[in-house]
Write a protein that binds this ligand. Structure first.
Ligand code: ATP
Length: 436
């Protein structure tokens, strides 16, 4: 993990937030490459969950909702973690994170667990009193439930159908940590799939399967993924069944995404609390029903971490009769933040530099491309491998003096081919496929 954290900082994927002021409790900022990487993760999710399906539509709801939402959803009462304090060193822990009954830091005596609500509180308007209390959403899905009827009327969808949302959520976690795995501010990618009651178990299995295969499709090694069913006593207050997709992180197996059968809990609760009809009219049966909901809930930051961890490799290979080593991020082509890098073989030759810059600018119009002439070619290749760039395109003396051809080096195989400069864009677009 430390290696990845260091690489992320050095190469501009992820920085500690507010670092010049000593940081702030597990907050991170995404740098120039990180923002592209996370966008690619979110775009891949949106493409597969919304854009290419005719049964799912999107939503972008507010972060601060009417506080009654959180009362009705059960979050005010149930969105709590058991908190214990060490009587000796005063550190605080989530009771279910520690083994035994002593402080894991100093061995001191712990207080009895008390329930701590992890929703962030704020105030609306200038007066900070009970009447102005509001909360930052701890999950994106409630915005979907309270818009159920609006979406139903506007989109005219028939069951089964889904509503998807990507956006920030906030949880005042007692023990955040493990880099961007658990932070207090994070992005979720959630989809609520509304189905006929009675078909919910079938759809639950469908979504567990779909979501597991989604990670595999984008290159996550199958052996690093597993499913874990929640035992009854661990289920959230709204859930009939939950299965986590877990990843084998450097600190052990832990949740990457959760798929829950939320039943009709949320629609029923909001209908009761608001007095509004949140049912669906079943034309075949001529009756109003409250749909059941299957929810695949993923974290964009946690998924980004998994894509980084899984792509990371230190490869040893033979070069010129000697063993050589390189660090390479083997991102899937849709996930890689930079698709191509263009470099002149000699940076002191203006004609090579000009040709390379022109090619880079042309490629940039089609996909993220970097121009780099800040080192020897060997060093530039290593640097691009380290950020997972798919191809390095080199302009050399032969290009400008003889054949107008360039060398394209493949990140994974390190094989090089030589093709005419005017064919590079078309060739790389073909390699990327239509998704890019
Ligand atoms: P955990 O058990 O790890 O606290 P959870 O079961 O509370 O997670 P869900 O409510 O199911 O999480 O949220 C769905 C997804 O949102 C999680 O699988 C994870 O990817 C992401 N997520 C939840 N909490 C955090 C957090 N504090 N930081 C980063 N991502 C998070």
């Amino acid at each position: 993990m430390e290696t990845i954290v260091n690489l992320c900082k050095a190469r501009g994927f992820v920085f500690q937030s507010s670092e010049i002021y000593g940081g702030i409790g597990s907050s991170y900022d995404y740098g120039p490459l990180g923002v592209e990487l996370k966008r690619n993760v979110k775009e891949a999710w949106w493409r597969d969950m919304v854009a290419t399906r005719d049964d799912i539509v999107g939503l972008d709801s507010a972060i601060i909702l009417n506080p009654k939402v959180w009362e009705a959803s059960g979050h005010l009462e149930h969105f709590t973690d058991p908190l214990v304090d060490c009587k000796q060193c005063r550190q605080r822990f989530r009771a279910d994170d520690i083994e035994g009954d002593r402080c894991p830091v100093c061995g001191g005596e712990l207080t009895e667990p008390r329930q701590f609500n992890t929703m962030f509180k704020t105030f609306i308007g200038p007066v900070e009193d009970d009447a102005s209390v509001a909360y930052l959403r701890p999950e994106t899905c409630q915005g979907i439930f309270i818009n159920f009827v609006n979406i139903l009327h506007a989109s005219r969808k028939k069951l089964p159908f889904g509503v998807a949302q990507i956006g920030k959520s906030f949880r005042n976690e007692i023990t955040p940590g493990n880099f961007i795995f658990r932070t207090r501010e994070f992005e979720q990618m959630e989809m609520e799939y509304f189905v006929y009651p009675g078909t919910d178990e079938e759809w639950f299995d469908y979504w567990v399967n779909e979501r597991f295969n989604w990670y595999v499709k984008y290159g996550i090694k199958k052996e690093n993924l597993r499913l874990r069913q929640h035992p009854k006593e661990q289920l959230s207050h709204y859930s009939k069944a939950t299965t986590d997709i877990e990843y084998n992180y450097p600190f052990g197996w832990a949740e990457l995404e959760g798929i829950a059968n939320r039943t009709d809990f949320d629609l029923t609760a909001h209908s009761k609390a608001s007095g509004k009809d949140l049912t669906y009219f079943d034309e075949a049966k001529g009756e109003h029903i409250t749909p059941y909901v299957i929810e695949p809930a993923a974290g964009a930051d946690r998924a980004t971490l998994v894509f980084l961890l899984d792509a990371y490799e230190v490869e040893t290979f033979e070069k010129g009769g000697k063993n050589d080593k390189r660090t390479v991020l083997r991102f899937h082509k849709d996930i890689a933040p930079v698709k191509a890098a263009v470099m002149p073989l000699l940076r002191n030759r203006p004609d090579l530099v000009e040709t390379a810059k022109k090619l880079a600018q042309d490629l940039q119009k089609a996909f993220p491309t970097m121009y780099d002439d800040t080192g020897s070619i060997g060093r530039l290749y290593r640097r691009q491998d380290e950020i997972g760039t798919l191809w390095c395109v080199t302009v050399d003396v032969q290009t400008v003096e003889e054949d107008n051809q360039v060398t394209i080096r493949d990140r994974d195989t390190m094989q090089q081919i030589r093709i005419p400069i005017e064919g590079v864009k078309k060739y790389l677009i073909e390699q990327l496929g239509k998704n890019c």
